[in-house]
Design a protein around this ligand. Structure first.
Ligand code: NI
Length: 169
């Protein structure tokens, strides 16, 4: 079955994903599929729950779909350290038609496994840090719209239910 990107309010997006215990051919295929869908939809990061697999796996390529030079897959990523604050405009392939400023840590360090099962630790700031926090949130069933004010969220939810009602007509 061909995977596709799920959108809010799909329930899989709201679940805590389980750790990857074996990096087998299923995980390799999944990560290739995620990278393909990320590029096709012009994203810079994607988490496995967004393609319907409730597993702790993310792909990131900050060089973007036009360059495709910095693809990294993180298995079971965890934030082990964070510092500072940064506020940037975020969007998400799973949240249609909406962008908002979100405040996150400016600098983080993560620990993860790569696709060969080696442990990696990486520290970064700015866009990389924001992107990783956004993707790791997905693994915990959290979307960027969970970080905005209740008023903004209520406005978005109302708009979304109108779109969904129209699609059903
Ligand atoms: Ni997202």
């Amino acid at each position: 079955m061909a995977r596709k990107i799920l959108t809010y309010p799909n329930r899989i997006l709201m679940q805590k994903a389980r750790p990857v215990d074996t990096i087998n051919s299923f995980i390799h295929d999944l990560s290739r599929d995620m990278a393909r869908l990320m590029y096709e939809n012009r994203g810079i990061g994607l988490a496995a729950p967004q393609v319907g697999e409730s597993l702790r796996l993310v792909t990131v390529d900050l060089s973007g779909p036009d360059n495709r030079e910095e693809l990294v897959t993180y298995v079971n990523p965890e934030i082990i350290w964070s510092e500072g604050e940064i506020s940037t405009e975020e969007g998400c392939l799973s949240v249609k038609g909406y962008q908002s400023k979100v405040t996150r840590a400016e600098k983080i360090m993560i620990r993860a496994l790569d696709l060969e099962g080696r442990q990696v630790e990486q520290e970064g700031q700015g866009l990389w840090s924001v992107c990783l926090q956004h993707e790791i949130d997905h693994l915990n069933g959290v979307l960027f719209i969970d970080h905005i004010s209740r008023l903004k969220r209520a406005i978005y939810d109302k708009k979304l239910s109108k779109w969904l009602a129209r699609e059903k007509e």
